[in-house]
Design a protein around this ligand. Structure first.
Ligand code: UT7
Length: 330
């Protein structure tokens, strides 16, 4: 059976960040914080915020069009669209369907996938299976987030950390893509810790009411310290497991979820890897949840930071709790 699975590759990459920059200095006027505290604790200098009326679908559309162009394809060539987001345009229809319409991918089906910060990793692993089995040929995978709409700008625990943006990849059989061979990945969860990072209201368990709005329950709440410890140990474990069959000398770059610069650096230290082993752009965009891996990947690719023929590993962890990885040979 295994012999019949088709090798999968990354045919195209693209990303988009909204224009509006929100600096640490501006946040320091909104809550009790400082540029120094935010930068030292997170590595973030600024983040982007979507304009009024600019939603996850709109940003995902722009990232998608760039990835499709980079792949040398037309939207009409796509068979399937997977959209990872925790901030869909509406409860339904899916943001994937809205993007399908906006880009004119007439032949493609599509659906959303929500696993918070791990969303893009899970979506890419899912997309790869469709191609490996021959069920679909050209799959667009998007990570897009408008976290500014879930953030309480009176809560300094969360408002300094998150930003908006979108990234996308087009996956095809390796023989068409010619690069980025998908070597495998993982999808994990521990749903017993769902209150570590959550938006309490607005879903079926606590629908919107005057009271939920009054109690500010539509905003993200986070046990920062718990997520911090979980993220460092998970990062280390995922990279070790991914590279075990190959050896560290094969590693070209880690493109991790842009969770927090300190988390990334302390994981690298434990792995005995230099700072440069990981690509980061968190200083410019903050943590963009499901959008962070494809945004970082696209930038690393454009800056020539993905060494040809070497392994590139992406890891992510977030609400759920959930965590996972994918491994490519670039
Ligand atoms: O993608 C997954 C999503 N979640 C995450 O990425 C979160 C991961 N966690 C983190 O990144 C870090 O835990 C934070 C950046 C959120 C917080 O950093 P920390 O080093 O863990 O700080 P802390 O929560 O231990 O707080 C230390 C102190 C506290 O004051 P006291 O109690 O020591 O007096 C906080 O009240 O820092 C205070 N503090 C702040 N001070 C200035 C918390 N947030 C701020 C702030 N500005 N924005």
């Amino acid at each position: 059976m295994k012999d019949r699975l088709l090798p999968v590759g990354i045919a195209g990459l693209g990303s988009y960040a909204p224009q509006r920059v929100l600096t640490n200095a501006e946040l320091a006027q909104m809550v009790e914080t400082s540029d120094e505290w935010i930068f030292q604790r997170t590595g973030i200098r600024e983040r982007r915020v979507a304009a009024e009326g600019e939603d996850s679908g709109a940003m995902g559309t722009l990232a998608a069009l760039r990835a499709i162009e980079n792949a040398g394809l037309e939207p009409g060539d796509l068979d399937l669209i997977l959209c990872a987001t925790t901030t869909p345009d509406k409860p339904f229809p899916s943001t994937a369907c809205r993007i399908q319409d906006r880009i004119g991918a007439k032949r493609a089906g599509g659906f959303d996938l929500n696993s918070a910060c791990s969303g893009f990793i899970f979506a890419l692993n899912t997309a790869a299976q469709f191609i490996r089995t021959g069920l679909k040929k050209r799959v667009l995978v998007i990570g897009t987030e408008t976290l500014s709409r879930l953030i309480d700008y009176e809560d300094r625990n969360t408002c300094v950390l998150f930003g908006d943006g979108a990234g996308a990849m087009v996956l095809t059989p390796l023989e068409d893509a010619g690069r980025g061979e998908y070597l495998g990945g993982s999808i994990h969860a521990d749903g017993g810790k769902d209150d570590v990072l959550e938006v309490p209201a607005g879903g079926s368990s606590l629908p919107a009411s005057l009271e939920t709005v009054r109690n500010r329950q539509h905003y993200m709440v986070m046990g920062g310290n718990k997520v911090y410890r979980f993220a460092v140990s998970t990062f280390v474990r995922l990279v070790r497991e991914a590279l075990e069959p190959y050896g560290y000398e094969e590693l070209g770059r880690i493109v991790p979820h842009q969770v927090n610069q300190r988390i990334i650096e302390s994981a690298l230290e434990r792995l005995d890897l230099p700072k440069e082993a990981a690509f980061t752009n968190i200083h410019k965009y903050g943590n963009t949840s499901a959008a962070s891996v494809p945004m970082a990947f696209d930038e690393a690719y454009r800056e020539g930071k993905l060494p040809e023929g070497k392994l590139v590993c992406s890891v992510a962890f977030g609400a759920g709790l959930s965590w996972g990885h994918f491994l490519l040979r670039w």
